[in-house]
Design a protein around this ligand. Sequence first.
Ligand code: UGA
Length: 440
Amino acid sequence: MNVAVIGCGYVGLSSGAVLASMGHSVVCADKDRAVVESLRSGRVHIPEPGLQDLVASGTASGGLRFTTSAREAVGNAAVVLVCTGTPSGPGGHADLSQVYSAYEEICAVREERAPGLVVATKSTIPPGTTLRLRTAFAGKGLSICSNPEFLREGSAVRDCIRPDRIVIGSDDPAATQALTSLYSAFRSPVFVVSPTEAELIKYASNAFLALKVSFINEMAELCEALGADVTRIAAGAGADPRIGGSFLEAGIGFGGPCLPKDLAALIAAGGDCGVDMAILRQALARNTRQRERSLERVRAALGGFSGRKVAVWGVTFKEGSGDTRQSPSLDFAQRIARLGGEVICYDPALTPECNGGPQLETAGMAVCDDKYEAVAGADALLVLTGWDEFRWADWPRVRGLMRGGLVFDGRNVLPVDLLRHIGFEYMGIGCGVAASQGGV
Ligand code: UGA
């Protein structure tokens, strides 16, 4: 099937490359000339495992092409997938300008073709958007549907190849048929629902994940008060399949380009309909409180940040991703710098020269590309993103390099017993056991 993909971000590029690998002929369009030129020359701007290889093989076989021209992409397509960004806009509402502008471009090409082109939005769009798009672009010969994407950063290709579910928001049998055959090689359950229901499934999924994280973070605070260990509570409660153990890792809060903005957008969408999304508002509030409370615990343990050297391991919004957008870890580090601390960051996904490195230096923080160098002479070490390599660090060496002995484990990933054994003052999230033993 001839497929056009509009937008070469995480969703567009991963989906396009995977669909090409399944035998479809895919043309991906992006307005950013530099991105398209880079992709044409085989350089993938998104550091996702497996994506580079998939793009290389798709390009070599001719099944995957890149263009800055929507006309070229849409010209021969049977299905168009809109994968543009939907950032947070005023009042938490999703900013849909990129989505609308993609539809305008498609319509401009449409006028030269026969009616019935299936256009499905994969971007996360608020409930009711597909119906509004249909009104805005009525009479243009488009069959507009919703087809949300559920991939995660860090496993985008794997999630695209083996999705948990495929959601098709369509009430046009011909469009449903086209999208079903587009995904016929995938062995995943397919849900055909109304466009608004499809949009709601996407928001409900992200909101529920955010709720789970906020719930366990609230339990973590209670564990600290009661002298209990939240990781044991998560393991015990999560063993019930009705609850499930994933997304029950307590930490300094959730972040990234999706969960916070989608939660805000769903709250705003509820408000537009006169529905108070009270649980979701509390989840957002808990997320803010979690970060502030954690920062305060570290500040109190250090007796203030002024004149203190603080090493930070991990600034991306989660392990396995090079993305620092809405990163709780980056925000945490920046706040310490603003409060007078000397902050030195290390993250395996960043280097001083590229990715988020320059951004950190502008914010008054130093960036190291060696984790041991980062801790030299530090009063405290803060582990804020749960990269695996932190657990397996040479801890006696770290102890020897640091001036002070405080380790704050903002993701509960470190070997607590070992750290205490070699003389660190260990502070985790929801580790009330430490409090009952006289720790911090
Ligand atoms: C999220 C969803 O998981 C995807 O299904 C969805 O497709 C995507 O948003 C999207 O809408 O595009 P992603 O943003 O890649 O994916 O990140 P997550 O893996 O969901 O993690 C979000 C945040 O929650 C991270 O900051 C992570 O550290 C935090 N988290 C996650 C916790 O604090 N505890 C947990 O137990 C799990």
